[in-house]
Design a protein around this ligand. Structure first.
Ligand code: BGC
Length: 772
């Protein structure tokens, strides 16, 4: 346990936690207040002892507690205390199961509390914009709804234990290349609808104690000093009540950052930036009230941490390992299973091939690196499941790809494969291929591994490929091997979790939270990643992940939402009901096979003929449902009305467009089982008319439209020599004509004043209607 969270006595702590934070701050000197706005050390905040404000510990995160007692660093180089290494977000995201993520969050909270940690730095919910992002293993999905729902569950679980979350990296931090400087240049709609949407959901649903601003700039402005991002959007629009902390070293200009909404700079600045704040208040560049606000939030955070702390807290290492195993198995995605090769029968002889079976790749490099309490290997777990006599192992390749050694290892492995009933081939990316801090260069598995697949399957057609990778890889052999199980990075119990799936102890229910493309060149951001000269243009706009492939009707290797089971599910009886808060989608799902299993029911919506650009379908709701063999159940999925909205750039707000909404229910984005629809009542967006309004705009206006139509009809009647308003083609051509420019056109006897009157009447009517 650390002693940093413990004020002198329990009574002191209770007294401190119960006081009004603003009152405490009012008693502090300017220097003391400034001191609360940056770290004391790499992982701690400053105390103000005379006022009873303790220091608290913030540490990584996200899928385990990385508490360093010795030398501190943020890239996972120094040792940390042992902690359960749960599966990283890539695997957790594939569960599509908020209930499971909440349990993982609770377990993380228990461990953090036992170690005296006040804030665990996670979850990371950035969108997987390109599969090349080196840190995709730390993120949940390419879809904002999945990221938001699962992120909320993690935060809720963690904070239920009296430990704060740090929702990161806010925002539009979707690559590692030049991550501390690059500007993510994103248009308003994708920014709101794709990149901020998940953050909004987690803030509104789960109120994380802290939000961590990212390193990058957004449309030219550093996140750490962006008042629009950190205050207007985060607090004023979404109602965030916690503290904003900088990513480690993200501060560019502290004096600009503080009033923008950056409360706490991490790590320590050795007093340098505190002094800058003091000087800025003294010479009038910074309002003292801004400093008071940040200091108050720092005190409030310390109060929450103190209230949540428990010096006697401990956790059950075995139970957490078991939970890590459950989560690893639940996150694995069965991509292919021709002829029902899986699950394996324990009596079958197995050639376990691939160095990852013995030396698992189970987490990613960088700040999230956990020192696990124990480590299961797939080889060990398979041997346990099938018995030593049935299992033989050959490395097949070296993880780092030593070409000379690989040839000999491959020959041994192929010979072994030929002698067994089944070959299970453990492939994956070496750790050096994907990490925090830099991006990947391609999506390929090492050449020696690809060659090995070909040789092994030629020797034994019953070949199962098991993958270990944090970001997706191209799978050129997908049509050639009967079974592929994507195990991602499975955490410390990834090996046993995979064995559970291979042997059918767990019926797979993982689904792709990220599309697996055929090739890198097909991916949405291919031409705009990672940018140049400090700018990355999000040129694909809204079309991220499946939205892109669907809009282009492009082939993919495996679509978003895909994942097989050892049983089958039937869908029937779709109904959609609308109320003021959204939709209730009901569907009956039946487990039509002979095994208990779990289905992820996915609800997509689309609006053909929309006035704005849209993807053909967007995920609007989902539910992970366990069904016993033969069981049938009505599943209800709630779709929030706000999840149907688009960001309207004309009025800078969310708008639900009315129309015939298609509601599709399926087992993946490309396995739609039932289609229904509902007539959606749209939100009213009326823009004031002006002389610049087109004739079409005027005609569409409920007040000006009929008046103008009547006027035009009488005009047309009196103008024998013109068919401007009666001819359909002409009318179409005139539709975009600004109404103010009609004046003076020959044959159109309309005065400027008449048009002004028409517009004024329409605008007055609109104002009246919106007040009513
Ligand atoms: C990472 C954060 C992490 C922090 C502290 C940064 O480099 O981006 O995710 O929480 O370091 O280690």
């Amino acid at each position: 346990m650390t002693d940093t969270l413990e004020p002198t006595t329990v009574d002191d702590a209770a007294g401190f936690a119960a006081r009004d934070a603003a009152e405490i701050v009012a008693e502090l000197t300017l220097e003391e207040k400034a001191s609360l706005t940056s770290g004391a050390s790499f992982w701690t905040t400053k105390a103000v002892e005379r006022a009873g404000v303790p220091s608290i510990v913030l540490t990584d995160g996200p899928h385990g507690v990385r508490l360093q007692r010795g030398s501190a660093d943020h890239l996972g180089i120094g040792d940390s205390v042992p902690a359960t290494c749960f599966p990283p977000a890539v695997a957790l995201g594939s569960t599509f199961d908020p209930e499971l993520l909440e349990r993982v969050g609770r377990a993380l909270g228990e461990e953090a509390r036992a170690e005296g940690v006040g804030v665990l730095l996670g979850p990371g919910i950035n969108i997987k914009r390109s599969p090349l992002c080196g840190r995709n293993f730390e993120y949940l999905s390419e879809d904002p709804l999945v990221s938001g729902v699962l992120g909320s569950a993690l935060v809720t679980g963690l904070q239920s234990q009296g430990v704060g979350a740090s929702l990161k990296h806010f925002a539009a931090n979707n690559q590692e290349h030049d991550r501390m400087r690059a500007s993510s240049d994103v248009d308003p709609r994708p920014l709101r609808e794709i990149y901020l949407r998940g953050f909004q959901r987690v803030v509104e649903d789960a109120q994380p104690w802290t939000v961590m601003c990212s390193y990058n700039r957004i449309n030219g402005v550093y996140a750490s000093e962006d008042p629009w991002l950190l205050t207007s959007v985060l607090r004023d629009e979404w109602g965030f009540e916690g503290l904003v902390v900088s990513d480690w070293g993200a501060v560019n200009d502290r004096v600009a950052g503080l009033p923008a909404g950056l409360d706490l700079e991490m790590p320590a600045s050795d007093g340098r930036t505190d002094a800058q704040l003091v000087a800025a208040v003294r010479d009038g560049r910074l309002a003292e009230s801004a400093l008071d606000l940040a200091a108050t939030r720092a005190v409030e955070l310390a109060q929450k941490a103190v209230a949540g702390a428990d010096a006697d807290a401990a956790y059950d290492v075995d139970a957490h390992h078991a939970l890590a195993r459950e989560a690893a198995a639940r996150g694995a995605v069965l991509l292919r299973n021709e002829g029902g090769l899986l699950p394996l029968d324990a009596s079958k002889s197995v050639a376990v091939i691939g160095a990852f079976a013995e030396t698992p790749r189970y987490q990613g490099a960088g700040s999230s690196l956990i020192n696990p309490t124990r480590l299961d290997t797939a080889l060990g777990a398979i041997t346990e499941a099938a018995g030593e006599a049935n299992v033989a192992y050959a490395a097949g390749f070296t993880i780092d790809g030593d070409a000379a050694a690989d040839a000999a290892l491959a020959a041994d492995a192929v010979a072994l494969a030929a002698t067994k009933d089944v070959a299970v081939l453990f492939l994956g990316l070496p750790a050096a291929a994907e990490s925090e801090g830099f991006d990947r260069e391609h999506l390929q598995l090492p050449a020696s591994q690809l060659a090995l697949v070909e040789a092994v399957r030629a020797a034994n057609p019953n070949t199962v490929v098991v993958l270990a990778n944090g970001g997706v890889v191209e799978l050129p052999f997908a049509g050639d091997v009967p079974a592929i199980l994507e195990g991602w990075l499975g955490g410390q119990a990834g090996g046993s979790g995979i064995a559970d799936v291979l042997y059918g102890v767990v019926n797979p229910s993982g689904r792709l939270a990220e599309t697996i493309p055929l090739r890198l060149e097909d991916t949405p951001a291919f031409l705009d990643f990672p940018g140049e000269f400090g700018h990355v243009r999000y040129g694909e706009g809204l079309f991220v992940g499946y939205r892109w492939y669907d809009a282009r009707d492009a082939a993919v290797r495996y679509p978003f939402g895909h994942g097989l089971s050892y049983t089958t599910f039937g869908y029937s009886g779709l109904s959609v009901e609308q109320d003021a808060a959204g939709l209730t989608v009901r569907v009956t799902v039946e487990n039509t096979g002979a095994r208990d299993g779990r289905e992820v029911v996915q609800v997509y919506t689309g609006l053909a003929g929309s006035a704005v650009q849209r993807a053909p379908r967007s995920l609007a709701g989902f539910a992970s449902v366990g069904l016993a063999a033969g069981e049938s159940r009505e599943v209800e999925v709630r779709v929030r009305r706000e999840d149907l909205a688009y960001w309207d750039v004309r009025v800078d707000r969310w708008v639900v467009e009315g129309g015939e909404l298609a509601v599709e229910v399926g087992a993946s984005s490309r396995d739609i089982r039932l289609t229904g629809g509902v007539a959606i009542d749209g939100d009213d967006v009326r823009l004031p008319l002006s002389m610049e309004s087109s004739i079409a705009d005027v005609m569409a206006d409920p007040i000006a439209g009929p008046a103008a139509a009547a006027a035009l009809a009488s005009l047309a009647g009196g103008m024998a020599d013109t068919d401007v308003f009666t001819d359909e083609g002409m009318a179409k051509m005139m539709a975009s004509f600004p109404i103010g420019r009609l004046v003076g056109f020959p044959g159109i006897p309309v005065s400027y004043e008449q048009i002004e009157q028409l517009i004024a009447a329409a605008n007055a009517g609109t104002a009246q209607a919106s007040q009513a």
